[in-house]
Design a protein around this ligand. Structure first.
Ligand code: 1HN
Length: 345
């Protein structure tokens, strides 16, 4: 292998002259930005236990009133990026948010896209651009870029959800900001019922809405039923997996991060090839062992882990008598747009 010249090889006066003119020699840093064969990856395999974090989240509920927090969240941070960076991966932000009965998280809109995967509790809802989206375990609710959203809670038990945002990449683009607003008036509810049957879409006077985000709530009961019928009808299928898409055009439901749900049949082991995207796995129901990069994480209900890209991943349903349901997030939509997405077999 050829050795590239080092910074120290250059005369002091030359280096000073470069610095003075805001110039930098490329060759001492070339291999750092362009390593051979595989990227330099900061994202570390990281596991967050729900039972481990839940008492700390509940304590945040006592320590910090919602008015002092706006959003009461414990961020699931990857130590490989530095905890203060609040990144699960290079592009993905994860947080566990708590809303107590009667609390209200005020309306705002921002440039990063968010989704919420509901973890526990009933009675809370998110209102997105006037559409009231009730929350229950396993539901996925989108709050896409630029759309007003606020959270309320009419129930009587804590409600917790996992927030997934593309904040790190939008922040890196120097494009992350928020606008605060007034409480919204609810103008719609249960819009997802218009999309309850794939292949049939609202088209009054032959026109589809053409909205960028026509469906904001993906109820878990529907997703689960779809996975179960796939498993029952196609026993030979390589993975019982569904993608969360825009029902009007079949594209990924958001532009930067992609979301899917996977069912591992009783005892099933699924080997996934290395792909260029980091992946987040969140256990909706059941238990799964996630093995990658020399580590093995055992996910129970509501546990979450992150695996860096370019690593093959094996998922094992730890139960022999019941399915495991896993929610998956990655940045494949972004990487495909950038042309850097790869699968390595
Ligand atoms: C946000 O708006 C929410 O609306 C949650 O619930 C987490 C993290 C960073 C930036 C905005 C929410 C967030 C966030």
């Amino acid at each position: 292998m050829d050795e590239l010249g080092r910074l120290e090889d250059l005369p002091e006066d030359y280096r000073a002259a470069l610095t003075e003119k805001n110039l930098v020699p490329l060759w001492p840093s070339l291999r750092a930005v362009l390593p051979r064969g595989k990227p330099a990856i900061r994202t570390q395999p990281t596991f967050w236990s729900y039972q481990g974090l839940r008492p700390l989240l509940m304590r945040a509920g006592e320590l910090t009133p919602i008015e002092k927090a706006e959003r009461r969240v414990l961020v699931l941070a990857n130590p490989g990026h530095g905890l203060e960076k609040m990144q699960a991966s290079s592009t993905i932000y994860l947080g566990m948010q708590l809303l107590q009965p009667g609390e209200w998280a005020p309306s705002h809109r921002h440039t990063p896209n968010a989704v919420r995967m509901i973890v526990e509790g009933v009675g809370a809802y998110t209102t997105v651009e006037g559409e009231k989206c009730p929350m229950s375990r396993g539901d996925l609710i989108l709050t896409p870029t630029g759309m007003w959203h606020e959270h309320g809670h009419d129930g009587n038990e804590p409600v917790v959800w996992l927030d997934v945002l593309d904040l790190p990449i939008v922040y890196y683009c120097e494009a992350s900001y928020v606008v605060e607003g007034k409480a919204q008036t609810v103008t719609a509810e249960a819009v997802e019922q218009d999309f309850q049957r794939g292949g049939v879409l609202p088209a009054p006077m032959f026109k589809r809405s053409g909205k960028t985000f026509p469906m904001l709530r993906y109820p878990w009961a529907d997703v689960r039923r779809t996975l179960e019928s796939m498993a029952a009808r196609q026993p030979g299928i390589e993975a019982v997996q569904v993608a969360y898409v825009n029902p009007e055009n079949g594209h990924d439901c958001q532009r930067i991060l992609g979301y899917s749900a996977l069912m591992l049949r009783p005892g099933e082991r699924l080997a996934m090839p290395a792909r260029s995207t980091a992946m987040v796995f969140h256990q909706i129901e059941g238990s799964t062992e996630v093995t990658a990069a020399g580590q093995a994480f055992r996910l129970a209900d509501a546990d979450t882990c992150c695996i860096p890209g370019y690593e093959p991943i094996t998922l094992q349903n730890l139960a022999a008598d019941r399915p495991s349901f896993v929610f998956i997030a990655d940045d494949a939509p972004l990487q495909k747009k950038l042309g850097v997405y790869e699968i390595r077999n």
